[in-house]
Design a protein around this ligand. Structure first.
Ligand code: SAM
Length: 230
């Protein structure tokens, strides 16, 4: 059985028939997608040997060697251009996901969909998407084992424009404001408060002052979005 987090990622793959899951670890996601008949062919990419071996083992155990190809290499380097319709990248920080996309840009020609699940700093992913002519078409936020996860589904083209707040909170997530969203931003608000309390005791300096201003502005954004009537 797949985690609720990865199942949510899978739910956005349709209508793609070919996927690559980058940073696949045990290749649970591509194996599940193929077994469920959701996709025909999948690539599982892994840069670290342990997870790469684990992926190969899982694929063999599931008898899926003909449809899930496990490849070793960093990011999108394991792909040929035009090979897959959809790429999934899950369970990493937003900046790492964005850097994998940036470094593998030339492999994105022909890719129609990106389903991305940043564990932290989702804004780094959204900002890369809008700067590179991808349009966010759907988002999800969910709680699993006390942790909160964002999932971002984007399609190529259309030149979407987002406000800084939409990049920070997610354009669909901030509209829907489900319980997980409110919990996430309540937690972030409290964390910012704690950092600000520490900074207020720190020695005065240009950097501290800048950080304080930045965090105070973020706190205000969170307050604004949470009190906004939909
Ligand atoms: N995607 C799975 C999930 O969401 O459950 C595994 C997430 S795991 C925390 C992150 C995986 O990404 C690790 O197995 C790590 O080796 C792999 N990884 C990190 N950077 C990578 C890169 N540049 N290219 C390919 N894999 C990478």
């Amino acid at each position: 059985q797949l985690s609720k987090r990865l199942e949510t990622v899978v739910s956005f793959i349709h209508p793609a028939q070919t996927i690559a899951d980058i940073g696949s670890d045990h290749a649970y996601l591509p194996c599940y997608a193929v077994k469920k008949g959701l996709v025909k062919q999948a690539v599982a990419g892994e840069v670290v040997d342990g997870p790469f071996q684990a992926a190969k083992k899982q694929v063999a155990a599931d008898g899926l060697s003909a449809s899930v190809d496990v490849r070793k290499g960093s990011g999108l380097s394991v792909l040929s251009p035009g090979e897959v319709e959809c790429i999934t990248i899950a369970g990493m920080g937003g900046p790492l996901i964005a850097s994998i996309l940036e470094e593998g840009k030339e492999k994105l020609a022909g890719v129609q969909k990106l389903v991305l699940q940043p564990n932290i700093a989702g804004h780094a992913v959204r900002s890369w998407l809008v700067q590179n002519n991808w349009t966010i078409e759907a988002e999800a936020i969910l709680e699993e084992d006390g942790k909160l996860y964002e999932v971002i589904s984007a399609v190529s083209g259309k030149g979407q424009k987002l406000t800084p707040q939409e990049i920070y909170f997610g354009p669909f997530l901030m509209k829907a404001q489900n319980d997980a969203f409110r919990l996430k931003w309540q937690r972030e608000f409290n964390q910012i408060d704690q950092v600000l309390a520490k900074l207020s005791k720190a020695a005065l300096g240009k950097e501290t002052e800048q950080k304080k201003q930045e965090l105070t502005a973020k706190k205000q954004w969170i307050q604004d979005v949470m009190t906004h009537e939909n």
